[in-house]
Design a protein around this ligand. Structure first.
Ligand code: BTN
Length: 233
């Protein structure tokens, strides 16, 4: 395990460490990242000393079609760790963790050969966000009005993730459906080839999103247009 006061990105550290032979389960944790990486080439905002930022090195020996479920398992494990603290969260497909439709955590796994570097960033005790994300982001402390222990969340996450990961696909699809706020909801999906709107129905065995129209989306950015049960309002 490597605890770093400051680094560029724990994902980059993990990729470098894995290339030097780091075993499955090796973990990089940082208090601050100068160049935190987000999905779809974005950066990840996290002021020093406020967030839980880590990357877990995995060497999965599973069917390639199940690799996408690793990210989903991470989102489920985080929701479970938050529920242990009486925090109600939900997953926005594929693996954003939200508190009341504002993002509190994200997952970015980067692959190199047979290695998966699973990076998770959680806004724990962040007091404020930059203007461009202030409407869409939140932290545990802002939402709950109390401070949280970052390492305690990490320990619970790892225990929960381990159970899901050892047994993939196992309970992951079913647990994901339980936590996911996207299924049954009207969504807008930004895809490289354009935008698609419709009702998200389910996930398939690889974790891809199945739309009511029959389309199956393996990667994209989802916006929830209406929450479940809001139809007709
Ligand atoms: C997202 O865009 O939702 C994914 C964000 C992932 C951020 C985490 S922070 C720890 C790890 N290191 C990185 O550079 N990125 C991930």
């Amino acid at each position: 395990m490597r605890f770093l006061a400051e680094t560029d990105s724990t994902n980059l550290d993990a990729l470098r460490w894995a290339s030097e032979g780091a075993h499955e389960g090796c973990l990089v944790v940082a208090d601050y990242q100068r160049a935190g990486r987000g999905r779809l080439g974005r950066s990840w905002f996290a002021p020093p000393g406020t967030c839980l930022l880590f990357t877990l090195i995995l060497r999965p020996r599973i069917d390639a079609s199940h690799l996408g479920l690793i990210n989903l398992a991470a989102a489920v494990a985080l929701c479970e760790a938050l529920a242990d603290r009486e925090v109600e969260s939900s997953i926005k497909w594929p693996n954003d963790v939200n508190l009341a439709d504002r993002k509190v955590a994200g997952v970015l796994s980067e692959h190199d050969g047979g290695v998966v570097c699973l990076g998770v960033g959680t806004n724990v005790n962040v007091a404020s966000f930059p203007d461009d994300i202030t409407a869409s982001a939140t932290s545990l402390s802002l939402h709950e009005g109390r401070e949280f222990d970052r390492l305690a969340i990490l320990v619970d996450f790892l225990a929960r993730f381990d159970l899901l990961y050892r047994d993939l696909p196992g309970r992951v699809p079913e647990e994901f459906r339980r936590w996911c706020g996207t299924l049954g909801t009207e969504v807008r999906v930004a895809l490289p080839e354009g935008t698609l709107e419709g009702r998200a129905l389910d996930i398939d065995s690889t974790g891809a999103l199945i739309m009511e129209s029959g389309e199956v989306i393996s990667a994209g950015d989802v916006v929830h247009l209406r929450q479940r049960g809001e139809e007709g309002r």
